[in-house]
Write a protein that binds this ligand. Sequence first.
Ligand code: TEU
Ligand code: CA
Length: 540
Amino acid sequence: MKEDKWWKSAVIYQIYPRSFADSNQDGIGDLQGIISKLDYLEKLGIDAVWLSPVCRSPQDDNGYDISDYQDIDPVFGTLKDMEELIREAGKHNIRIIMDLVLNHSSDEHHWFQEAKKSRENPYHDYYVWRDGTEGVPPNDMRAAFGGSAWEWVPELQQYYFHQFSVKQPDLNWENPKLRQEIYDMINWWTDKGVGGFRLDVIDQIAKEPDKGITNNGPRLHEYLRELSKETFQKADLVTVGEAWGATTELARLYSSPDNSELSMVFQFEHICLDQIEGKEKWDLAPLPFLKLKEVFARWQRELHGKGWNSLFWNNHDLPRIVSRWGNDGKYRIESAKMLAVLLHGMQGTPYIYQGEELGMTNAAYEIDEYRDIETLNLYQEHMEKGFKKEDIMNSIHAKSRDNARTPMQWNDEENAGFTKGEPWIKVNPNYKKINAAQQVEDENSVFNCYKELIRLRRKYSVLIEGDFRLLLAEDENIFAYIREDESAQLLVVCNFYNKTVECPLEESAKDMELLICNYKDVEQAAILRPYEARMYLQEK
Ligand code: TEU
Ligand code: CA
């Protein structure tokens, strides 16, 4: 296999540590809990683990508000635990990828504690300040979690800028001293043996608030090239940037094969399709299926040989895909497997979010059972605006980030085996039906479908190198495509919906080897049963 970078044939697993495995019964997942699950991860066959932040934090945004980039938050453990995790994961052939939050810090970081002491403080310009008068913010920019993006500090008669919560002040990347401190911190982690970094909202670091610019600021790629040169290029790392504003053209810059910036980005064009155009994720709309196929085909085509795709349905901010675009009722298993086959057949690095490999679902909770700052602020804001509670709860059940943050379901014991303490968030009541213990040994489980897809990716170079051609672009139910390189042709055919349809590809598939199917028996190739997915191969 001629791929030039380990991460091109890798499959990466995202862990949200708070909800993964609790080793000390405080109801919160931790590093020792993750260490205890390395055998499970090795059995699945993944190559690397992306950890959501575990650095010291007041946990205002569950760790995405960092107060010390070079220490571990006691709730997750110690630096020694982190060094043990890196070491033990290595013994299981698993690299550890850390989540770097470089757009903002916590307001409890000592940089900010110093910065707000005076305008002359050496750390003052590590953040974004504007003179003003109380009650008259510099402009009407809004923060992602509600309210103004400007917070007044009376002692300084200034505002500071925060794109997220008030406790997440934006860092000022125009300041070379700040940039150098960030580079030194990253190299310190690389020296500890981490295998890569996920870069939180990285396309927002070049913000220009006076012009209302948040992502894709004019100096963004200048900063990324300097960052890459001063850190990532010094070791064999994978880097993935979260870029909500990415287009295929920008992604070719971010993930250029010349290694000048990053390995790849998370782009969200497919993720934003089931919301009303120009509105927020809470403004629900049916998924435009033909558009979904067009978006995936364009990203596959326009990055082939010129960049590199990440492939994902889920993360800690997104509702669970089997509930969102699959079927978490009668066809939960078939649709979870279909979504896996559809995504893992494409070109790029696949990401599996904890519990996705089990077909874990959303959880429709009461408002007092939610924990996420974004959900709670949304509820408050929309109630105050007079929205109907039922409509707000519909949106929350569909799109709350807590759908992804309910505890990992390990077995059918108390709290799904996640903790023997009081879980920080309610365990999804369906854990007795959906858990790892009952799936690992069941060859027909969602777990073993993901395990097989990971095995196939290692075996066939066409999955790594092959080009992509969409088939049946106008078909309202079937998502089908061809991958091809000099070694083989691969055909993926998926019925995306809950009905039996004719399959016009019977002829193309008839001489091909069936690699994987989500139904036990493929009776008639001429039809596809609800959510039926098949992957065929013809070696040359
Ligand atoms: O998310 C960036 C971000 O924009 C998301 O919060 C998105 O706006 C929201 O989830 C859509 O519902 C990153 C992290 O993934 C997220 O967990 C953090 O809350 C955020 O940045 C701030 O660090
Ligand atoms: Ca714990």
